[in-house]
Every structure is written in C-alpha cells, then in structure tokens.
Design a protein around this ligand. Sequence first.
Ligand code: MN
Length: 438
Amino acid sequence: MSALNETHDPALRSWVASANLTGTDFPIQNLPFAVFRRRGSAQAFRGGVAIGDQILDLAALAATSVFSGEAAVAVQAGAQDKLNALMALGAGAWRALRLALSRALREGAAEQAMLDACLVPQSEADYGVPARIGDYTDFYTSVHHATNIGRLFRPDNPLLPNYKWVPIGYHGRASSIGVSGQSFHRPVGQTLPPGAAQPVFGASQRLDIELELGIFLGTGNALGEPVPITQAEGHVFGLCLLNDWSARDLQAWEYQPLGPFLSKNFATTISPWIVTLEALAPYRLPFLRPEADPQPLPYLDSEANRQQGALDIQLQVGLLTPTMRDAGQGDATICRTSYRHAYWTVAQLVTHHTVNGCNLQPGDLFGSGTLSGPTLDQAGALIELTTGGKHPLELPNGESRTYLEDGDAVVIRGWCEKAGAARIGFGECRGTVLPARS
Ligand code: MN
C-alpha cells in the first residue's frame, strides 16, 4: 500500500509552468504514463509522462544519462512502444522512477535543461493503447448498478444472492480495446423485440455506455500461485478511465446463461493516461460495508484494506451530440459520481481473480464495472439514467436521449481533489458512435 512521501507534497512546483496552473490534471504530484508519438508522424510509439500540458518523452530521456540506478532501468523499460516492460519491473522500480521524475521536474532542478529537450506538447501527440493487453476482465463492483440493472432485467429478483459475497466478473475481449479518440460502428446483431416470438437481425437500437475505471496489472503471478490480499496492490500499476460500450438489446437476448458476449466486445475505450496507485495515495478512504451486509470472507479481508482500501476518484460523463458539436458547444454532463461507492476494492479484485490459481500478467486490464453511485443522478449508464429508456434525458440545448444516436460522442473525465492535497486528474476518455455498417 503506497504511503505518502515527498512526491505528494502539495507545495511542490515544476519548472514546466503549465503544471502549476490551478485545475490542471497533470501537476508534478501526478506523473501518469501513456504511450504516444507526434501526431500524424510515422514515429515509433514510446512511453511518456504527463507534466502540465507537455509529455516527457521516455525514449528521449533514455538516450540521456540524466537518471541512474533503478530509475534509469525503469526509463529504459518505459521507452518501448508499450508499457508492459515497465509494468513488469514492479513497484520498487515504479517508485524509484516517480521519485527521480519528481525531483528532476521541480523548480530549481539541475536536470531542467536536459529534460526540457525531452518535452513534447500534448497538443501535438497521438496516443496508443498503453499496454499489450493479454487479458481483459470486467467486474461488476457497484451494488447500486447491479441493483438498478438487475431490476430492469429481472424485476422480481434484482440483486442475485451471490453479489454481496463474491466479486462478480466475466472475461472480456482485449482485441477491441481502443484509446480515447476511438470511433466505432454501431454494432449489428440479434435482438428479441418486446413481445416477439423470434429474434430479428439488425443494428442495435439500445446502445449504451458504462462509466468504469480500468485497472492495469503490473507484475503478474505464476499459474497456481494466488496473490494474498496483503500483497495485491503491489501487483497494480495504475488506473485509467474506461467506457465499456454496451448494446443493451443484444445483451438482453444473449446474456443468459453465460453472461455478456457480442453486446460488449465490439469496442471498449480507455483513457491514454494511467495514474499510478502511488499518485492516488492521498485519496485513499476506509473500505466500509453497511452493518446489515455480510463482511468479506477472510481471504478478501485485511486490516489495510479496511483502513484505506477505497479510493475517492471523482467521475463525470459528458455527452456531445452532433447538433451540439455543430453549434460549437461543449459536452453536457449527464452523470457525476465517485469511485468511493464501489462495493469491492482493487485489492479484493486482484486477490479474488487469482484465488483459484489463475495467473495475471503484466499489462492485463480489469474493468471496475459500471460505477453508479447511490442516487440515480450518479448512475453510470443510460439504461439506469433513463430507467430502461422510459424517461429520456433532457439535454441543455433542448435535445433528448434515451440511448446513443449516431454521431454522439461520450467523454469520461476523472480527478481527485481535497483540501491539503494536490488536485490530480486522468485527462479524458472520448469515443464516438458511427452509423452501423450497411
Ligand atoms: Mn462493464
């Protein structure tokens, strides 16, 4: 579990002036990782670290001898076209790199001239999927989402009896995960219209979002060797934003008995930036269960998890319709919530996933599951926000939406802020719906 140290000091300022601006997602206390290249170029992708409105190019940094020891090894690993090698180095190397970066990017640092030559403006960058994602698992960690959506799919039996005992998940599809800026065609498939005896084939009419966080695994575990909860967070590299696009009409017809399949695997969009667990340390909270609920079984329980297993990450979903875009307007907020409401913690997910001996590998990705909060305006999916499509959302420009229409863009944002700590952000996760292929 990451403790507070000098890299979290809210008084730190960077010689990169934009990193000191109020409201920036990327002050010197954040230092998240992405892979990028210059926009429109044929350059190789390589790792980078966000600082203000700039990217510190790890490949350029690796060509210098500014850093030494463990931090230099980490820079070399981060210079590759995917972050898997850096992820595999483990928490000691990530900590060493963060400390070296923090010291070298501070006002007055002797390394300023060398590092200044390694900066690329974020406005001139294209991003890639940050890791070779071997496996993607999507969880279901909001009891509010599970109850809301369960009520729509099974009015008589909304929350299944296993929910409060076992972190529910399914194995997703890694090949269709894209990075922010992704656009995809509305999926086509089988649906069963209300009251019909047979399914029809066609474009999904109930295309939805799921507001989630992505959890990137760093070091893996050997097949057959579970990760105890006391060591679970040491295996986690960091968190990103994730939109688990969902075709609800396909899902309703296909999901029993084995769970979601083609309703989910046509596209998943993640933010380019991965915020490390260490950067999130100031925003830890106790993990609490309502008194009446079962306490986690011993393998999912630890003192540290109880004391500070939860994270207070503010989350927001924006919707930008083609009409709004044409009028030069920004996206309209349709949901605000926090990760603090999750029913299971990051550590519990890692431990549960491996308890049967399943091996995780560097660069594997977990989705948290839709992060709906306790009230309906905190719901992270349109199916909840519109009560199954019955109550359309009214947008500020007079338009309304039940599910997504062609041309709609969805923007997820995330950040952490509180008194006594630096505000840090995740940037954005943006995706756009294209018409179905004819
Ligand atoms: Mn999901």
